[in-house]
Structure formats: C-alpha cells, structure tokens
Design a protein around this ligand. Sequence first.
Ligand code: AR6
Length: 181
Amino acid sequence: MAFLFLLTMPGNIELLKGDITKLTVDAIVNAANSSLMGGGGVDGAIHRAGGPAILEECRMIVAKQGGCKTGEAVITTGGHLPAKFVIHTVGPVWHGGKNDEQELLAACYQNSLNLALEHKLSSIAFPNISTGVYGYPKKEAADVAITSVSVFLKQHTFISKVYFVCFDEENYQLYQSLIRQ
Ligand code: AR6
C-alpha cells in the first residue's frame, strides 16, 4: 500500500516476538479457517493452549451461521488462555494477488477490531494472518496489517493497545522496519 509511509504510526501499536497464546490481553486473534474447527499453525496453538471450551463455542457458531467467511471474524471465550477472548478471523489464501487478497486481508483486521469494539475490549493482539500456510507474501501482508490497524486506531480511540505478534524472525524484522517511529 503506497500510502503506508505517509501515516504516522499511532503510539498504541506495539511489536512483540513470540507465542501469542502467552499474552494477557483482552483478545488474541486467531488465523483460522472457514470451518472454525481448528488446524495447524497459530490456530492449533490457540486451541491446544485454550482447551476445549473454544472449540465448543466455535461449534455453536457453526451451527448458527455455518462457519466464517474469508475476511470475516467471530468471537469466543479464551478458555484457559490468559487472554479473555479469542477473535477468529479467516485470512485469504494467496492466489497471486488478483483475487481480492489485499481487501480480504484488510477486512480481517478491520472486522476483528470492530468485534473488539462491540465487546468493549481495549487490548488486542494479532498474529501475522495468512503469512503461514495461506502463503501471503510477508512484506505485502505486513503493509496491509499495519495500514489497516493504523487507520482504524485513528478513528476509534477506545482501543488503547494493539500488539502485532510475530512468531518468525522474517516477519519480526519486516514489522520492525515498517513500524519504526
Ligand atoms: N503465536 C504467534 N504466531 C504464530 C504462532 C504462535 N503460537 N504459531 C504460528 N504463528 P498460519 P495462515 C505464525 O499458518 O497462513 C491453519 O491450519 C506463523 O509464523 O498459522 O493464516 C488454519 O486452521 C505465521 O506468521 O495461518 C488455517 O487452515 C502466522 O502465524 C490456516 O492455517 C500465520 O500462519 C491459516 O493459514
């Protein structure tokens, strides 16, 4: 996104490296799939650490609305996690960039933040959605993530802290260079 560097980064964005399941925040975001039935990567880690209560609530959501579409988000308990809630969002699979991947990834961040607002949650942590199994190029994904969150935070001051949690060194370096204030 070309306008990224024209934005002043809000001070309430913080970069962390490590395992998102360890964070004590109002909500952590899960990079889920449309079935909401768990999987590998960060999804697997969240369900393992949070226990069966998360999957139970996911099942109820599936029974009610039939899963979660790409770009959308749903919320469940955090179960045994230190985070109170998990916001599950479904990132786009990278198909070369001409299949609305950018808009769909931005929607993941926006819809997750909207859910946090609706539930009066003020601290939220994001993993690097779509940059694992779903194959979204990391630099492009970081641009979308940082831009979407920065724009949102300028419009909604209730959210006091957003953490970008990078698990791999490559994402961490990329975010560091983009967030430099
Ligand atoms: N904490 C923070 N980030 C993590 C963790 C962790 N514990 N573990 C992995 N990551 P991925 P996707 C990072 O593949 O690309 C699942 O099977 C990882 O380094 O988890 O959106 C779902 O069920 C990467 O940067 O999610 C879906 O089927 C980022 O999390 C599918 O994968 C995202 O990688 C979703 O694929």
